[in-house]
Design a protein around this ligand. Structure first.
Ligand SMILES: [Zn+2]
Length: 380
């Protein structure tokens, strides 16, 4: 494929405003692009105007390597602060500017182009590449969750997430749990509290217990660091001379493989159940978000291949590392069989920022990197 066309594809994708939704327009664009090269792609509807996209190239027997990227982007923020309009991709000093340039339309475009080129070159593959382009990554990894539930990740032998890592390969990240606790009491005049039940007092019973529990978890992962818990939102009551009837808090946990999400959730449920045995305590616990930590083998074949290919093409020793933030891998890792995962994609430190951009060289080199990783992995 001509270099100019590769740049145009990325620009076209940036120009589709897929801020927290409307991913179907990106899916339609990619489906049409793949069809130009006689590659079929299936849309998996998530909601109105929202669809993930699944496509394959290669042979039906043999291993399956997935290329995955999300099609949604975050809000552009204050548009007046952008040098170039966020949804009119602009080329300037060797970079392409626009929302999603780094996070992560460049990674997704590079993956799709790699598939097209391998298909066009009639490269013999002893297995297949499976594209998993997702919706709603930024707001809860919704598409990855749906695709995993529907079994689309059950046949994978390896997964590359094209999130921006620059010249680094990520093989581990923390998990994340969000929860809400609602406390229900009974209103009364604050001069006669004996007629009411103070929802704030009862909520604080939970706060104290959860702090005690989470501080007792003294485990650290050598790569990812500490298990982290924070109560981040709290509210309750509505008038200074009334005993509050309602109070609520929200907490966030950053989990590590040593303390798995299930254990943490069970402990929170236990705290709530114990407190609810007390007179007048009525607490309700809701898990809003449950993403697993990802900790792939750093000596896996996929990591070794990626490192070698990157060194060869980029001409740099590419370091391996772990990160705090979660990705779609937190959902895909719930698939039936375990498989190695790496996060490796073009991009820099500008995701979610004004003037988000990607270096054209980095974008183009990753097309070749993805192609070679796929060939080496499938034909090993
Ligand atoms: Zn992203």
């Amino acid at each position: 494929m001509e270099q100019q066309k590769k740049l145009q594809i990325l620009k076209d994708m940036i120009n589709i405003n897929s801020t927290n939704g409307h991913e179907e327009q990106v899916a339609n664009y990619l489906q049409k692009l793949l069809a130009e090269y006689n590659i079929k792609a299936e849309k998996v509807q998530y909601d109105k105007d929202r669809a993930s996209l699944v496509s394959e190239v290669g042979a039906d027997n043999g291993p399956v390597l997935a290329f995955s990227g999300h099609m949604d982007v975050v809000d552009a923020g204050d548009v007046s602060k952008w040098t170039f309009p966020p949804f009119e991709a602009t080329e300037s000093d060797g970079k392409i500017y626009g929302r999603g340039a780094t996070d992560m339309k460049s990674g997704l475009a590079a993956m799709v182009i790699a598939m097209i080129e391998l298909h066009e070159e009639k490269m013999k593959l002893n297995g297949k590449i499976k594209l998993l382009a997702t919706v709603g990554e930024e707001v809860g990894e919704l598409g990855a969750e749906q695709l995993t539930t529907k079994g689309y990740a059950d046949d994978l032998d390896g997964l590359i997430i094209g999130e921006p890592s620059g010249h680094r390969i990520v093989y581990a990240h923390k998990g994340s749990i969000n929860y809400t606790v609602k406390s229900t009491g009974k209103n009364a005049h604050s001069s006669m509290p004996e007629f009411g039940v103070n929802a704030i007092d009862n909520l604080l019973l939970f706060y104290n217990e959860v702090e005690k529990y989470t501080k007792s978890v003294q485990t650290t992962n050598e790569i990812l660091g500490d298990f982290i818990h924070n109560v981040t939102v709290i509210s309750g009551g509505n008038q200074v001379n009334s005993i509050p009837e309602k109070a609520k808090l929200q907490g966030n946990i950053r989990s590590i493989p040593e303390v798995d999400n299930e254990t943490v959730k069970q402990n929170l449920v236990k705290i709530i159940n114990e407190l609810n045995k007390k007179e007048n305590v009525k607490l309700e616990l809701i898990f809003d978000y449950d993403k697993l930590p990802v900790f792939s083998d750093k000596n896996s074949e996929l990591v070794k291949i990626a490192k070698n290919v990157a060194k060869d093409i980029i001409k740099e020793e590419i370091p391996l590392l772990g990160i705090s933030g979660t990705t779609d891998a937190a959902e895909f890792t719930k698939a039936k069989q375990a498989f190695p995962i790496i996060i490796f994609g073009p991009g820099n430190e500008t995701p979610h920022q004004v003037d988000e951009n990607v270096s054209i060289d980095n974008y183009l080199e990753m097309v070749d990197v993805y192609k070679r990783i796929a060939v080496d992995f499938l034909n090993k």
